[in-house]
Design a protein. Structure first.
Length: 392
């Protein structure tokens, strides 16, 4: 009897060792193009490091990193098959974030953020932690009415946790699994919740934006007083409604302002935000309406289909202006309803940008009308910020 118990215990221990072993990144690996694109978009620094075996070896050979990663593996192994415990164990502590941020180098080919590699590492790890807490542990999102997984059946949550755990340890080509499983675990949680919003319209220079981008490259910007009209999103709260009543008002305002001829482009900005799990990207729908209802030429409209908040409306519109090679020393015009316009002009909006983005996406200037504000964009918006995993 004791021999059987001992053999059973040995077998269980062996199975646990296999279950929690670190999977070699290329052992029997296959390419998952969706997860790969999502990883590159949300975690470019960690993804780039994971793709470079020499960089992984150099990083993991440092004694402090060796101790850190060993400690994380032991923390997860201690959870046995408790998947809620695993999600909690994969969260990065402040001391772990500090150690990684100080040790990680800039991988070859990555554009270094203006505030440095360490700051980018912190943003990416914080993004992982937010995904784990929101989609794994069920913590309320910062904007709970549109973000997060929502209320789901406990059995469904358990299946998502289990699948994320398995996927994070099933080899994937070009992954960062050899560095730490939390990266692929976070990506699997997003994918399992059907929240791969961040890669739905890539590349933004192509597709619906191709004609306008081509025109921008040849444009004589000096002919125009403003670089663009930025039309902010104001999504509906009714399921299956493509454009909200306020959104339709924004479009009438934008078409009227564009007809004055002193701005060459309209940037419509808004993602799949309102209501939760909507199938409509607001910017895409607004573009269609500008063309079909108002006759605005397609090569004068750019969509920014990722923003979920007013802060990221302006940040992401600024990124498009940079991609267009628009002059950054020239104002754009923000077009929105009087209430939203007043909010953008307020000191509270400056505070909100600082809290949510860590910087100002640009400088809000003087008011032209109750629905129009000048806006001078800032290159700080180029920073990749995965803390909101839907609109990096």
């Amino acid at each position: 009897m004791m021999g059987n118990v001992a053999r059973t215990a040995t077998l269980v221990a062996a199975m646990a060792a296999v279950m929690f072993a670190t999977v070699p990144a290329q052992a029997g690996a296959v390419r998952d193009v969706v997860t790969e694109r999502l990883s590159q978009r949300l975690f470019p620094l960690l993804d780039g490091t994971g793709r470079d075996p020499a960089a992984v070896r150099a990083l993991t050979s440092k004694s402090d990193m060796t101790a850190l990663l060993d400690g994380r593996r032991q923390r997860v192994a201690g959870c046995a098959q408790d998947m809620f415990c695993v999600a909690q164990a994969l969260i990065w502590t402040e001391s772990e974030v500090d150690t990684l941020a100080k040790a990680i180098p800039a991988p070859a080919g990555l554009n270094t953020p203006d505030d440095g590699v360490a700051a980018q590492a912190r943003r990416e790890i914080e993004g992982i932690n937010i995904i784990l807490r929101t989609y794994g542990l069920g913590h309320p999102a910062a904007y709970a009415e549109i973000d997060g997984a929502g209320t789901i059946d406990p059995r469904e949550r358990q299946s998502r946790l289990q699948a994320a755990y398995w996927l994070s340890r099933t080899p994937r080509i070009a992954s960062a699994q050899a560095l730490d499983p939390s990266i692929d675990y976070a990506l699997a949680l997003l994918d399992g919740s059907d929240r791969a919003d961040a890669i739905g319209f890539e590349p933004l220079t192509g597709g619906a934006n191709a004609a306008a981008m081509a025109r921008a490259k040849k444009l004589d910007w000096s002919r125009y007083r403003y670089s663009a009209l930025i039309v902010t999103g104001v999504g509906p709260e009714v399921p299956d409604m493509a454009i909200s009543p306020f959104g339709k008002y924004h479009l009438r305002l934008a078409a009227s302002r564009f007809a004055q001829g002193d701005a060459p482009f309209i940037i419509v900005t808004g993602g799949k935000a309102h209501p939760r799990a909507t199938r409509f990207a607001e910017a895409e729908q607004m573009r269609n309406a500008l063309i079909e209802r108002y006759g605005v030429p397609a090569n004068a409209i750019l969509i920014e289909p990722y923003a979920r908040h007013t802060t990221t409306n302006l940040r992401n519109a600024t990124r498009l202006l940079m991609a267009m090679d628009a002059p950054m020393d020239r104002d754009a015009v923000i077009v929105s309803n009087p209430g939203q316009s007043a909010s953008i002009e307020s000191p509270q909006f400056v505070t909100r940008n600082q809290r949510e983005l860590g910087y100002q996406p640009g400088q809000v200037g003087r008011r032209l009308s109750p629905t129009q504000l000048l806006f001078r964009p800032s290159r700080a918006s180029a920073r990749v910020d995965p803390r909101d995993p839907h609109d990096p």
